[in-house]
Design a binder for this molecule. Structure first.
Ligand SMILES: *[C@@H]1O[C@H](CO)[C@@H](O)[C@H](O)[C@H]1NC(C)=O
Ligand SMILES: *[C@@H]1O[C@H](CO)[C@@H](O)[C@H](O)[C@H]1NC(C)=O
Length: 376
């Protein structure tokens, strides 16, 4: 579940609490903030080990148990030896020894395989890869590299080409050493290196080294739609959505947050009516100052054209509105002659035009009855 999305919602709720709860007593305010804080904490603690990426564009492999990103997640999120990091280009990096790092291209959690760029074109060039002391299977393959002076050397055995190692008049090829027999190598080719590396595969011209792991064994869990995680020091399979605790947690979050926002607005509305009935001032609550992330804004608010299409009324001397509804539920001040109010057509609730416009930009629901005017 994307608990990350809930963080801005909860943060917004806390901001709203501070902004709107002005008239409440200190004690009530403290209780409310504590309540929100615990909700926030329970979400963020669940969040720490949730899948993450080096690049926010989601172009990089998803990192989750048994892997973790060392700079972003505590060691309890991953299995020992499965530490990944991000480089300055936001690429996912696997460090196998102090001197050998590889760019991670793909992780398959169901087949327990990680594909890396063997980096033979990097500064280390043709140096073998040692997997001793790592959690990865030591299934190394011996490869012989040839430097051929003819531009299109032909071999009788499968070969992998390395354009980055070649030049105008030379091409470099790798062949599995055990498959080579006498006469397979053209005269124009010179043996330049024989090294042991995890199995090489060429995908659309790009060479990848494939590493696999056995422990922790999470294949069956992953195939069943779950994810492995550490629980009480043991690797266990967590089936999201089936764990009753997970379900109740979701319910709390999904129903709790909107209810809380509604409760705050309602409390303020009622208190505003009781306490500020005679107070004619326009108490300004700057809703635009409340921090709401763009994703929240774009998914929940209404656009300007829709808001403009709702009817506006200029209040006359008699106010032309029923007396029992003489206070704007958003800014808690009474309507005065010549003020402009806007009515939400679906429920006929009305508010100061300035107040309700700001509100509708952030929420597509009526602040009093929560009816959504947006449903088309
Ligand atoms: C291949 O051979 C040519 C000529 O001997 C040399 O200039 C070139 O550096 C060699 N390439 C590699 C990758 O060893
Ligand atoms: C490549 O080969 C051609 C023809 O044999 C030669 O003229 C040219 O100088 C060579 N280029 C390099 C960079 O060795």
């Amino acid at each position: 579940m994307k608990t990350k999305l809930l963080k801005p919602i909860v943060t917004t709720t806390i901001f709203l609490a501070f902004k709107v709860v002005g008239p409440l007593t200190m004690k009530t305010k403290k209780t409310l903030v504590l309540l929100l804080f615990f909700l926030f904490e329970s979400i963020s603690s669940e969040d720490v080990c949730s899948p993450t990426f080096c690049s926010s564009l989601f172009l990089e492999p998803e990192v989750r148990f048994p892997f973790r990103l060392v700079d972003r997640q505590p060691s309890s999120c991953g299995f020992p030896g499965f530490d990944l990091s991000c480089n300055e280009k936001n690429q996912t990096i696997l460090k196998l020894s102090p001197s050998r790092s590889f760019i991670v291209i793909h992780i398959s959690y169901t087949t327990q395989v990680i594909r890396v760029d063997p980096d033979f074109c990097g500064p280390e060039r043709l140096v073998g890869i040692n997997l001793a002391g790592t959690p990865f299977e030591n299934n190394l393959e011996s490869y012989s590299f040839y430097n051929c002076s003819s531009p299109n050397a032909s071999f009788n055995v499968p070969n992998i080409s390395f354009p980055c190692l070649g030049s105008v008049n030379h091409s470099v090829y790798a062949l599995e050493t055990f498959k080579i027999s006498y006469g397979d190598i053209p005269q124009s080719c010179k043996d330049i290196a024989t090294i042991s590396v995890p199995v090489l595969k060429q995908y659309v011209g790009i060479v990848r080294s494939t590493l696999s792991w056995i422990m922790p064994f999470c294949e069956t869990c992953e195939l069943g739609g779950g994810t492995c995680a550490f629980k009480d020091g043991e690797t266990t399979c967590i089936l999201y959505g089936r764990d009753p605790r997970e379900i109740s947690y979701r319910l709390i979050v999904i129903t709790g947050v909107p209810t809380l926002i509604f409760a705050i607005v309602l409390i303020c509305y009622v208190r505003g009516k009781v306490r500020y009935y005679d107070q004619g001032q326009h108490q300004s609550i700057d809703l635009s100052a409340i921090a709401i992330t763009p994703q929240t804004r774009s998914t929940t608010g209404l656009d300007g054209a829709t808001i403009e299409s709702y009817p506006k009324t200029i209040l006359g001397e008699s106010c032309e509105l029923p007396k029992d509804d003489s206070t704007c539920a958003i800014c808690l001040s009474d309507y005065k002659p010549k003020e402009v109010v806007r009515t939400i057509p679906e429920c006929s609730h009305y508010f100061h035009v300035d107040c309700v416009d700001e509100w509708l930009k952030l929420n597509a629901t009526c602040p009093v009855c929560r009816k959504s005017p947006e449903i088309a």
